[in-house]
Design a protein around this ligand. Structure first.
Ligand code: ZN
Ligand code: ZN
Length: 124
């Protein structure tokens, strides 16, 4: 990936275009290209762990506009987190269907889901 492709892909993701899942390529380019790395630092420096920490606030609508942009950008770029988001949304839906209050999931459950989903959703 060169700088032009990198910026084009970033812009596509920021515009919310689906189907661009190039997290690893972004990171590889950012490592080798300080100019791009600094230009898109808020997007590239966000780690999957931080994104999963944002999940509850995202669903509560409590993220700032900037946080939400970073969050949604990461979701577009990272299949693992996208998959996790989907399973999280489903679990919220299930909880609502059962008319039960949804307690925040314990960390070890999050870890287990993440690990399981990572296997399931691996796209090679
Ligand atoms: Zn570059
Ligand atoms: Zn991720």
């Amino acid at each position: 990936m060169n700088c032009t492709q990198f910026k084009a892909a970033i812009e596509a993701l920021r515009a919310g275009e689906p189907g661009v899942a190039v997290c690893d390529q972004f990171r590889a380019h950012a490592r080798s290209c300080p100019a791009c790395a600094s230009e898109f630092a808020p997007f590239l420096s966000t780690k999957c762990q931080q994104i999963t920490d944002f999940l509850a606030e995202y669903f509560e609508g409590e993220l700032s506009a900037d946080q939400r942009r970073v969050f949604e950008f990461h979701m577009n770029a990272c299949p693992e987190c996208k998959c996790y988001l989907d399973s999280y949304r489903q679990s919220i839906q299930l909880a609502r269907d059962c008319a039960q209050p949804a307690p925040p999931p314990p960390q070890r459950l999050i870890d287990a889901i993440l690990a399981a989903r990572r296997g399931q959703c691996s796209n090679g």
